[in-house]
Ligand binder design. Structure first.
Ligand code: FES
Length: 174
């Protein structure tokens, strides 16, 4: 018998200890269940609209609108030329291509394979990714050659008073 339990018989000590432990367990379980139910409720309420939004985003079905951003003046981009810009954030590389007098297309130009920059090859009329010979259709952003499988996210543009603006990102639309 250990010296520590000199005043209390070992069995009793063991017995009371067990009772307390059982009660603690019960309380712990109840408390845990309450917390769990509460957390589930909070999660359900808080995630309802955002869950749908997040799912939409993840599935690439969402469109995002940002404040219109000036890309360039019409007078500064000749037909057949391209201009690099950033949209919607300052680190989001994008490219604007003027296909005719009034037709402009723009894409986020990080390649959808491994994010190398995609260029406009004016002479061939193609958008190319030099990293693994990826190619994209300039009218749609859809990959036409190489390893990329997803289209470049298209950026909707508008022309107003001689200025080309980026309006919103359309994600993965073919
Ligand atoms: S990163 Fe563009 S083809 Fe691989």
């Amino acid at each position: 018998m250990s010296k520590r339990n000199n005043n209390i018989p070992f069995d009793q000590d063991n017995y009371t200890h067990n009772i307390d432990r059982n009660n603690e367990r019960k309380l712990d379980r109840r408390g845990f269940m309450k917390t769990l139910v509460g957390a589930a409720g909070v999660f359900a309420v808080s995630s309802l609209p955002w869950g749908a939004v997040a799912a939409k985003e993840l599935m690439g079905l969402g469109e995002k609108e940002y404040p219109n951003k000036k890309i360039t003046d019409v007078s500064k981009i000749a037909i057949g030329d391209s201009v690099d810009f950033k949209f919607p954030g300052d680190h989001d590389d994008a490219i604007l291509i003027r296909l005719s007098e009034s037709k402009y297309v723009a894409y986020q130009n990080a390649c959808t394979h491994l994010r190398c920059p995609v260029f406009w090859e004016k002479e061939d009329g193609e958008m190319i990714c030099p990293c693994h010979h990826g190619k994209f259709d300039v009218n749609t952003g859809v990959p036409t050659a190489g390893p990329p499988r997803r289209p470049l996210p298209e950026i909707q543009v508008k022309v107003e008073n001689g200025t080309v603006f980026a309006v919103k990102v359309k994600r993965y639309e073919a």
